[in-house]
Design a protein around this ligand. Structure first.
Ligand SMILES: [Cu+2]
Length: 197
């Protein structure tokens, strides 16, 4: 009985602790700050972020990602060029020797395509990353609020994203591109989600 109570208490304590981004290691690579934005039942895509640190002396390449919560996981980058914003798929992501690569809203992100379940704040889900040299590693991704700009951090970057967005919308060329982009339901869902707050 004591043991059962002890376990129950331990579980309660674990559940009530602030969401701490999990960490995982494979070869020279450490994965930290793994988080995703909460989704609504209407969302078919989700968006997740990680930070990769390469302690090695050679470049490492992230070649694939997968998660049981989505049919596939893609690497995308938001590119702002000539007053246009594009979401560019990337086949791989390089991490230079001794460097780190931070995925973040408005930059590099992991797109969870064809979500199989709703992502609710406080939940975690596994994400498996495959590297060219270091092999595969699975990290627990923590789901943060729908409008979260960073894992349990102030929301300043989201506000910045918004003003940037408004500035872009004032540009007719960008507006036309944006409307074209919005015809794709998956991208519209992602966009709505990114500007959820
Ligand atoms: Cu994307």
């Amino acid at each position: 009985m004591k043991t059962v109570l002890g376990i129950a208490l331990a579980l309660l304590l674990a559940a009530s602790l602030p969401a701490e981004a999990a960490q995982a290691k494979t070869g020279a690579i450490t994965v930290t700050q793994a988080w995703a934005r909460a989704t609504s039942t209407a969302n078919t895509v989700g968006i997740a972020f990680i930070t990769l640190s390469n302690a090695g002396t050679e470049v490492e390449t992230l070649t694939a990602a997968a998660s049981p919560v989505a049919a596939k996981v893609e690497f995308h980058r938001h590119v702002h060029a000539d007053g246009m914003m594009k979401m560019q798929p990337q086949q791989t992501v390089d991490v230079a020797a001794g460097k780190r690569v931070e995925f973040n809203p408005g930059g590099l992100h992991l797109m969870l395509v064809d979500l199989k379940q709703q992502l609710k704040p406080g939940q975690t889900f596994p994400l498996t990353l495959t590297f060219a040299k270091a092999g595969s590693v699975t990290v627990d991704v923590t789901v943060e609020g729908a409008g979260a700009a960073a894992p349990a951090a102030p929301a300043a970057p989201a506000a910045m994203d918004h003003s940037m967005h408004d500035a872009h919308m004032a540009d007719p060329a960008y507006k036309a591109m944006h409307e074209e982009h919005m015809k794709d339901p998956a991208h519209k869902a992602m966009h709505d989600q990114m500007h959820a707050n």
